[in-house]
Design a protein around this ligand. Structure first.
Ligand code: BGC
Ligand code: NOJ
Length: 812
């Protein structure tokens, strides 16, 4: 079926260009790289925060609203009787032209109406705690235009959770100050907060509003604020209720004339003893300084150029040229970009995650790191230390921590028994990329308690030990609250809808629930751990862990194999899950992925059979589903997994995150055609081409879940942007398909390709070296025959590391 299209890729500018504002779902972008962040939709909806989307929310956003995506940074242009917005919303006045370009950490939205063009460039300059909104108004008509321009932002009262619920207090606390063209938001600054926000424009204003109801009118909406419709600002001063910031500017434009306005949404922190410049008056020194850095078009353009250069450099680290645009644009641009965003946000703030519920996940953040580590290794290093600091002395760990405090989240606690292994996964990736073994000697506390520090290496050791010390009756890992699949809750028997599947654990005593996913994960990370120990001269520890890994392999072969595939788990009573003997959900993807990645029983044909079973039972047009057949009823011994209707989320959805596990399994088995077929099915650029309307969510990034074959609408995507899929897609394509794998002593070359693959080149910066690697597949799916480094043949498949520029030729 021919589907309607809403946009297209512009690879040259590294942008996705949206040409119709009425996308099937808001298509968003992220601004900011380190401290100050914003989400922005293709109609300029969204919000900003400093570091933590829960505790430092700067502007307000209403989730799940009617209409969708309501609230954002809006510019209202009143031209005679016509009021319009460059991003179409919220007035929805039909535009003569609309375009939204989402780029690398910036978004440009352009609208035209009745001879006026309004183009807004949104971005967060590097190292600045502010969002720039550079509005350019151009008169393309033949007449002089007298326009009335209103800006609009709505303040959030800082804590995004209480902002949405504690109205008996909130409606009395709001405070602002107005000074020239700057509106300051200072709610709670009089007491414990040492931060405020401001909204500034670099031009004189002819009016303003700071009280929402006065500006909008109690019976009007964002689509028709009274002040705008009447063309008259109220100069309102908010006291309590809902403070906003709106500037009013009268603009005259001659035919052909263009004017820039720089709007700045900023965030400031002051020292406790420097909070006020006079009683009740906030100290604005830092705000003035920040404004002065960004108060002209020239300064803003410079800051924007610096941001673009920053992204140039990041995306220059790994660049592929295959001649297949759909692959190249994902590898060179969007997949890497999404990795940065998931590294920054974990699973906290998206259009599917309100930013209040989840902080940084222990397992999530370690995985995200693998997609990001080549970009900014020092940040990855710090992240590893932060994550490890939330571990407990027995190797268990908090499942999540808050980015602002870096403290473990007590609401969710620990007990997810896969978590510890991921620390090895993340740390090994970091060391292989950087060669920085010194991280292993860093002193890292437990549960952030000063005085408890041990080396990071010790944290890795107790992580492995945590698995070994928690084995079940089949000598397989006890699952705890859940493994990677948060919804397979085998120790939570719940009939109470008010209980949380994540935290209820009412039958863990005497549990026999074991996980084959953790078994595979343990073998994969255990092998990595053993290799690391050998590398740093800890032969005894390597031998000790090798034994544990071997034992785990035997346990899987003995009690984890179902005949055609790996079992998924044993339940509380020791009954099989994911077996041909089960009525439903006979096969699960996670254990196929991890046990094939671990190559358990490859010599006995287990890997090949498992991979074949994935094709036979899990694969469909849109990817591989998580389990098959889907659960058709709630099974209270299994928990949340069976709570989802068939084909959604963890109940037989295509949980994109775990497709790459099987794909990597395929590459290790040398099955390049199969690996590629699976990969292309969930590669956004292929999906983009095929079905924008059905898929619904952003076509330039992966989403967590695509409705599976048992769903009502197979192919519909949800939970876009913040998903471990990003890192796994990157890891898969960069290291296992294209075959450029960082290793301790150099770069290992081991591609696994479809037989149709033609010659390609990867430019890879690695530590102090730069490699230009050309691969000649010669119709082969796997197996490197020979490699030359700077014209000279080398032995084996690892290019030994040495600084400088090198050329590598690889023949398969
Ligand atoms: C979702 C999972 C998620 C978990 C924890 C569940 O409802 O289905 O994907 O990991 O919540 O937030
Ligand atoms: C999303 C969570 O962020 C992740 O940690 C989990 O593994 C998957 N859901 C699967 O349940």
């Amino acid at each position: 079926m021919e589907q309607k299209r809403y946009g297209h890729f512009d690879d040259q500018h590294r942008e996705y260009v949206i040409t119709d504002p009425q996308t099937p779902w808001p298509w968003i972008n992220y601004l900011g790289n380190e401290d100050f962040f914003s989400l922005i939709s293709n109609t300029a909806g969204g919000y900003s925060f400093y570091k933590d989307a829960k505790f430092r929310r700067i502007t307000r956003y209403r989730y799940n609203n009617v209409p969708m995506d309501n609230g954002g940074r809006y510019f209202y242009i009143k031209d005679g009787d016509t009021v319009w917005n460059p991003g179409w919303k919220p007035c929805k006045t039909p535009l003569d032209f609309y375009e939204c370009r989402h780029g690398m950490s910036y978004t440009r939205i352009t609208g035209r109406k009745n001879g006026i063009e309004a183009s807004v460039l949104f971005f967060v300059p590097l190292k600045k705690w502010a969002e720039v909104q550079k509005l350019t108004l151009t008169n393309q008509s033949k007449e002089v235009k007298q326009l009335k321009l209103f800006s609009f932002e709505e303040w959030c009262l800082w804590n995004a959770a209480t902002d949405m619920e504690n109205f008996q207090r909130n409606f009395s606390t709001g405070e602002v100050e107005i000074e020239g063209s700057t509106i300051y938001h200072k709610t709670e600054y009089r007491e414990r907060r040492n931060h405020y926000a401001f909204y500034h424009v670099n031009a004189p204003i002819q009016g303003f509003d700071t009280d929402r109801e006065t500006f909008v009118g109690l019976y009007n909406a964002f689509a028709d604020p009274q002040a705008v419709m009447e063309g008259k600002p109220r100069n309102s001063h908010a006291h309590g209720w809902s403070p906003i910031a709106s500037h009013y500017i009268e603009v005259t434009l001659q035919p052909g004339e263009s004017k820039d306005f720089v709007f700045l949404l900023g965030y400031i922190e002051n020292e406790q003893d420097e909070k006020f410049e006079a009683p009740q008056v906030i100290n604005k020194k830092k705000a003035h300084a920040l404004i002065a850095e960004l108060d002209t078009t020239e300064k803003v353009d410079k800051a924007f150029a610096a941001l673009c250069e920053y992204w140039d450099a990041l995306l220059n680290i790994y660049k592929v040229k295959t001649g297949n645009d759909k692959l190249d644009r994902m590898v060179n641009i969007w997949n890497q970009y999404q990795c940065m965003v998931t590294f920054n946000f974990s699973r906290s703030a998206s259009f599917f995650e309100s930013g209040v519920g989840r902080g940084m996940g222990f397992r999530d953040s370690n995985q995200d790191l693998v997609g990001f580590v080549h970009q900014i290794p020092p940040r990855a290093r710090q992240r590893i230390i932060d994550i490890a600091s939330t571990q407990f002395p027995d190797g268990g760990c908090y499942h999540q921590y808050q980015p602002l405090t870096k403290r473990g989240n007590n609401d969710i606690g620990g007990g997810f028994n896969d978590d510890p292994c991921w620390l090895i996964f993340g740390t090994v990736a970091y060391i292989k990329e950087t060669g920085d073994f010194s991280i292993l000697d860093e002193m890292v506390p437990f549960d952030n308690q000063p005085g408890t520090e041990v080396t990071l290496f010790e944290h890795l050791k107790i992580s492995m030990d945590h698995v070994i010390k928690n084995l079940g009756p089949h000598m397989l890992p006890l699952i705890g609250r859940a493994d990677w699949n948060d919804c397979l809750n085998l120790n939570c028997f719940s009939w109470d809808p008010n209980e949380s599947f994540q935290t209820t654990e009412n039958v863990s005593e005497g549990t026999k629930a074991e996980s084959l996913m953790i078994a595979g994960l343990f073998v994969v990370t255990g092998k990595d751990y053993v290799a690391l120990c050998k590398k740093i001269g800890k032969a005894d520890e390597a031998a000790r862990m090798q034994q544990a890994v071997d034992a785990m392999i035997e346990a899987v072969k003995k009690d984890g194999w179902d005949g055609e595939w790996y079992l998924r788990a044993y339940d509380f009573y020791g009954r099989k899950i994911g077996s041909n003997e089960c009525d439903e959900a006979k096969i699960f993807i996670e254990s196929q992925g991890w046990c094939t990645m671990a190559e358990i029983g490859a010599e006995d044909g287990m890997v090949a059979k498992s991979l074949d079973s994935c094709k036979k039972y899990l694969e469909c047009e849109h990817g591989m589903v998580l389990n098959n057949p889907a659960f058709s009823k709630y099974i209270y011994e299994y928990g949340e997994i069976s709570s989802y209707p068939e084909g959604y989320k963890e109940n037989a959805g295509i949980f994109c995150h775990n497709n790459p596990w099987v794909i990597i399994g395929e590459t290790l088995a040398g099955r390049g055609n199969d690996a590629w077929n699976h990969y292309a099915k969930i590669l956004p650029s292929y999906v983009e081409e095929k079905y924008q309307t059905l898929h619904k969510v952003e076509p330039y990034v992966n989403c967590q879940m695509v409705a599976g074959k048992d769903a009502f609408r197979p192919g519909e995507g949800k939970n876009s942007w913040l998903t471990g899929t990003a890192a796994w897609m990157w890891y898969t394509v960069s290291e296992f398909i294209l075959g450029i794998k960082p290793d301790y002593d150099g770069i290992r070359i081991d591609p696994c390709l479809p037989e149709t693959a033609t010659d390609y080149t990867v430019n890879r910066k690695f530590r102090e070296a730069e490699y230009e690697i050309t691969i000649h597949p010669n119709g082969s799916q796997k197996g490197v025959k020979s490699i030359t480094l700077d014209g000279k043949p080398i032995d084996g498949t690892v290019i030994p590391y040495s600084a400088g520029k090198h050329t590598v030729e690889v023949t398969m």
